[in-house]
Design a protein around this ligand. Sequence first.
Ligand code: NAD
Length: 530
Amino acid sequence: GKEVEGKGEPTKDICGKRGPLFIAPTVKLFIDGKFIESKSDKWMDIHNPATNEVIGRVPQATKAEMDAAVSSCKRAFPSWADTSILSRQQVLLRYQQLIKENLKEIARLITLEQGKTLADAEGDVFRGLQVVEHACSVTSLMLGETMPSITKDMDLYSYRLPLGVCAGIAPFNFPAMIPLWMFPMAMVCGNTFLMKPSERVPGATILLAKLLQDSGAPDGTLNVIHGQHEALFSFVVIIYFLLKAVNFICDHLDIKAISFVGSNQAGEYIFERGSRHGKRVQANMGAKNHGVVMPDANKENTLNQLVGAAFGAAGQRCMALSTAILVGEAKKWLPELVERAKKLRVNAGDQPGADLGPLITPHAKERVCNLIDSGTKEGASILLDGRDIKVKGYENGNFVGPTIISNVKPNMICYKEEIFGPVLLVLETDTLDEAIKIVNDNPYGNGTAIFTTNGATARKYSHLVDVGQVGVNVPIPVPLPMFSFTGSRASFRGDTNFYGKQGIQFYTQLKTVTSQWKEEDASLSSPAVV
Ligand code: NAD
């Protein structure tokens, strides 16, 4: 989109050293209804993960710019909160239409910056669009409650009000869907919003901001700032800038709530610090999702589902099914699983037929490869090894091919860490009870699935497993937006989840009115009528 392009300057890394002299487009800030060039002297390069070419530059917004963004949100709040709910709904109705009309363009931008296949990128936009569509039912979702005649002439009613300025911090892996979990829900309730997309994939958010403006959202109702890029920072500088930007959001008195999605390291910190400053915080974080395969499962479907859910989007999904537990005779299916995984085509996301694209950065690739190495050192067996994959024409990309590691034990590093790459770990047990114990002993509670044709087994698993989102013969059970995203335990901090009814609760507060209108008083105020 043209909003992500600017005149550009020679690229410069965060420490101020000049890089190679070429022009890269700059990503704008969106402040008070204008797409503006940051005055920052700290810029970070954005790379195409399939080639590692620099495709743009994103600023670390200055303190003055961040302040201007929050002030803009604050100024816009009173009139937006007072705008009739029907008018806010109309903005969202136009927005869902514009997202649909621009879906392919947003998806192309996602593939360029994030690397996932075009089909996955379209899915990314589509899942966010569903949240926008659901937000259009705000007129029902925001209804309060009433209790008439609690005593003589006295009624009790409550209604939902927006909080004020809310903020969102999003990860790199779903550049459209996750920002769309946040600002449309918050804004339709009457809040104004400060969005900080991931510095690695800022383009989709800027395009989405433009479409929201075109839908009639008044200036200042959404502001977008940028910041942070770990690859370019020294460790000390990373901590300095992360804390600077994060503390700004966590501490700012005018920000009432923070929605965060990303890693545990960042999420825990933001939750603690934001809460300490009196804010509501919801933090969706890391995961280790187990797929339990019973010997009575439909083998054909199960193996296809496992392969898609483990390796799709190069495993960079918080709901990726990254660990399989094969129960009893299902252990024998392992060779067939490997054969299916071998057939997946690894390529740049915009190439026809690609099943999975590259990882986000060279650092992410190195980390995933190190975790695979650690598995071999700790006694696991690599049945399929994607570490040395070469993709023709994209030799510099961050590709890792599908990798399957068996004989994994819960005490191994590769099991304990979230890998976030195209790596499927395989554990084996003799009984369902043992499988349930493994899943429940794992600290994360984002998603899990059981594959079986036995209803009682499925019910037992769903009932006993301590994970927030359970699939029965459904590998990636992300709830539709009329429900909420209900990850639990170490995958979530807060008490009100993203989107759905819980999302409306998160972005609103209740006011409860107890009122008495005595019949005998009526004559005092309007005698002529009574
Ligand atoms: P990340 O934590 O590195 O970054 C997320 C956001 O936080 C970015 O905007 C980033 O700039 C910012 N950030 C990074 N470090 C920070 C810090 N120390 N303090 C404050 N902010 C910081 O995460 P990522 O690598 O972009 O995303 C991958 C992670 O996100 C994985 O752990 C994945 O499981 C998780 N994730 C979870 C869900 C979910 O719904 N549970 C969904 C998507 C991704």
